[in-house]
Write a protein that binds this ligand. Structure first.
Ligand SMILES: Nc1ncnc2c1ncn2[C@@H]1O[C@H](COP(=O)(O)OP(=O)(O)OP(=O)(O)O)[C@@H](O)[C@H]1O
Length: 250
């Protein structure tokens, strides 16, 4: 069965001073997949997400999204084309409620954002309530984001990314900073929401139990390059990965 390519990078390169953060990065991401990116600190994982979303421009190489070259497009243009991002530290308006945050995102999706617009007037209210339900946050819709526990804040951040109706969602350590038991709850909700919204995902992750359970493929980064790619079983049983990424003493 041929798989449709959502995003493809060819020959990405960038260095920061003496550090090579991308060294001939060639990656294909296929429709419907949940690709995990793993690798030691400083390997270039976040740099890859930054290049794909237009925040960092590579010195060489290209990024194609559904066959269209987006390498030189701005982050805003790339978001509008259908690539969304969720961050390790949720990017939310802390003194607004969860629902208000989504309404602001909905407004920014379709119109120019007007900071003084009355949020009650935004027509996407039902759609945004549905999204909060999808990420199991309907119970906190009217609570200030600053008062939410970290797990709920992460889910609201994911709902905001989905409010942009992306085709591809890039997540930088979606479960960092939450307790182990809660990680799986968040990932279950995320996994279900992505399938429901038919969104392809790429997530950077340090927790191998999360990778094993939720990724259908894993790419291993090291020294700015993709060293290996395969199923979670193949990658997580590889002795080099166990030694260099997981830190096991073999
Ligand atoms: N804007 C920047 N300016 C200077 N150096 C940078 C910049 N962005 C990244 N780097 C460097 O490039 C290298 C790769 O960084 P990157 O954040 O992509 O790694 P990472 O694999 O995501 O690491 P971590 O797992 O610690 O988040 C690091 O050495 C980092 O310090």
């Amino acid at each position: 069965m041929t798989r449709n390519t959502v995003l493809e990078t060819r020959g990405l390169e960038i260095r920061f001073g003496g550090v090579v953060a991308a060294d001939n990065v060639n990656v294909q991401i296929f429709e419907g997949q949940n690709l995990a990116i793993i690798g030691p600190n400083g390997a270039g994982k976040t740099t890859f997400l930054n290049i794909c979303t237009g925040y960092v421009k590579p010195t060489h190489g290209t990024v194609e999204f559904f066959g269209k070259d987006i390498t030189r497009k701005s982050p805003r243009q790339i978001t509008r084309l259908g690539i969304a991002r969720a961050f390790q530290i949720p990017q939310l308006f802390a003194d607004h409620t969860a629902l208000e945050n989504l309404l602001i995102a909905a407004s920014a999706r379709t119109r120019n954002w007007a900071p003084f617009q009355d949020l009650d007037d935004i027509p996407e209210k039902d759609e945004m309530n549905d999204l909060l339900r999808l990420v199991d946050c309907q119970d906190v819709a009217n609570q200030l984001v600053s008062e939410l526990p970290e797990g709920k804040r992460k889910l609201v951040d994911i709902a905001i990314a989905l409010a942009l109706k992306p085709k591809l969602l890039l997540l930088d350590e979606p479960t960092s900073g939450v307790a182990s038991a809660e990680k799986f709850q968040i990932m279950d909700i995320l996994h279900h929401a992505l399938a429901e919204a038919q969104v392809t995902s790429v997530f950077v992750e340090h927790d191998m139990a999360v990778v094993e359970k939720y990724a259908d493929e894993v790419a291993v980064w090291s020294l700015g390059a993709v060293q290996m790619r395969g199923t979670p079983e193949e990658i997580l049983s590889n002795p080099e990965v166990r030694r260099d990424v997981i830190g096991e003493v073999l």
